[in-house]
Design a binder for this molecule. Structure first.
Ligand SMILES: Cc1cc2nc3c(=O)[nH]c(=O)nc-3n(C[C@H](O)[C@H](O)[C@H](O)COP(=O)(O)OP(=O)(O)OC[C@H]3O[C@@H](n4cnc5c(N)ncnc54)[C@H](O)[C@@H]3O)c2cc1C
Length: 375
């Protein structure tokens, strides 16, 4: 019990929790330390859409791999995690976006992901509250949703059952050279340290580029059967790609409780977590354009959160350049709930010197240093 941990994980968000479970499963002595409580960061603010994405081959590889891992866990997830294999319905507002539907369909099909092109009428049948003028859409039935705060609790509980220790309310002030210094002056030693502090990762590993990207969400009262899929406008992809401008996109999710979660917005440089009325209004107007009946529902809560974003939209997973005893597992932007389980596998394979199921190279933090050298 009192032996020092082999791996100390700083950060008990979904990424730290997934790393803890994976490493504890491999039989390592694991300690997780959070300055607040599990899920207190981006994880507790997130939507929980488990989604295969195709922005790049590397993004596809990690989202698809992780989705399969979530599906494998499905039977073990307690009902509080609210896992719902509802699928995603990507909707096209015009012919340009219908072109994107076809591209995405071919991309997924070539890589073994089930998808189905819907025409305007079929989209309306799938989601009767959508406006009738949509041109069509793409249904991806293998996507799902879950409730992130309970998912993180589940992963940590399983890690605990395998011997992991979880310490809450203890800020870490420095890591490196096999030691972890807490703000209260305590020092812990470990063979490996995982920096899983999300948007705060550069504070403990200076030089990496992870920046907060603010988002707003609204949740409604309970309206069972109002919505059947996670519905996202294809314009969402343009909004997610913009690295500077504030943007909003129509993105709604059915919760198992019957509530509807309405998103989403993206803002850089907004450090204040207060609700921004103007972007909230833009976000809701966008949602009402696609699904006018949403305007008749009662909203019960609005909140914000910060996505830990990297410039190339891929997470940083792997050793820090200066200190190979420190592994970074941060920068998952708007996909960290999806990609957490794969991140745990990649971190574990690097610590144990094993081959991972997908190539690790695209996510290595060293790519940021190389990119900077080119600049
Ligand atoms: C509005 C919004 C919607 C989203 N929707 C989705 C979605 O639908 N699907 C999806 O896949 N992803 C989504 N995301 C993204 C997802 O939430 C993040 O990518 C993910 O939660 C990142 O997890 P993390 O564990 O890296 O970071 P966090 O959850 O932020 O965890 C980091 C932890 O580190 C702790 N910490 C920080 N500094 C220290 C320190 N010095 N010492 C000790 N502890 C420290 C914090 O307390 C925190 O608990 C969304 C995010 C937002 C904001």
């Amino acid at each position: 019990m009192n032996k020092p941990a082999e791996v100390v994980i700083v950060g008990a968000g979904i990424v730290g929790a997934a790393c803890a479970l994976e490493l504890a499963t491999e039989g390592l002595r694991v300690q997780v330390i959070d300055e607040s409580f599990p899920g207190a960061g981006s994880t507790g603010a997130a939507m929980g859409h488990i989604v295969v994405m195709d922005d790049s081959e590397a993004q596809f590889a990690i989202t698809r791999y992780s989705q399969i891992l979530w599906d494998d866990l499905r039977d073990q997830l307690p009902s509080a995690v609210e896992f719902d294999p509802c699928g995603t319905l990507w909707v096209a507002a015009d012919e340009d976006e219908m072109g994107e539907v076809r591209r995405k369909f071919n991309y997924y099909r070539e890589r073994g992901v089930n998808a189905e092109i819907l025409d305007s009428q079929q989209v309306r049948e799938a989601e009767p509250h959508l406006r009738s003028s949509l041109v069509g859409g793409l249904r991806v039935p293998g996507d799902s949703v879950l409730y992130p705060p309970c998912a993180v609790g589940f992963l940590l509980q399983k890690a605990r059952e395998l011997g992991a220790r979880i310490i809450q309310g203890k800020p870490v002030s420095a890591i490196g050279r096999g030691s972890v210094r807490l703000a209260d002056g305590t020092t812990l030693s470990a063979g490996f340290i995982v920096n899983a502090t999300g948007q705060s990762a550069p504070k403990l590993t200076p030089g990496i580029n992870v920046k907060p990207r603010k988002g707003h969400l609204v949740i409604t009262d309970r309206y069972p059967n109002f919505l059947h899929h996670q519905v996202v406008e294809l314009g969402y992809l343009k909004s997610a790609h913009s690295l500077t401008a504030d943007s909003v996109a129509f993105n709604v999710q059915p919760r198992k409780t019957g509530q509807i979660l309405i998103g989403s917005s993206r803002q850089y440089g907004a450090e204040n977590s207060a609700v921004d009325e103007s972007i909230l209004t833009r976000m809701l107007q966008r949602a009402f354009q696609f699904m006018p009946d949403l305007g008749f529902l009662s909203a019960i809560r609005v909140w914000t959160g910060f996505r830990p974003a990297t410039p190339d939209k891929l997470p940083l997973i792997g050793p820090s350049l200066e200190d190979p005893s420190v592994l970074i597992a941060a920068g998952h932007e708007g996909l960290g709930i999806t990609t957490s389980l794969a991140t745990g596998k990649l971190v574990s394979s690097q610590i144990l010197g094993q081959r991972a199921a997908i190539p690790t190279q695209p996510y290595l933090p060293s790519r940021q240093m190389t990119a900077e050298a080119h600049v």
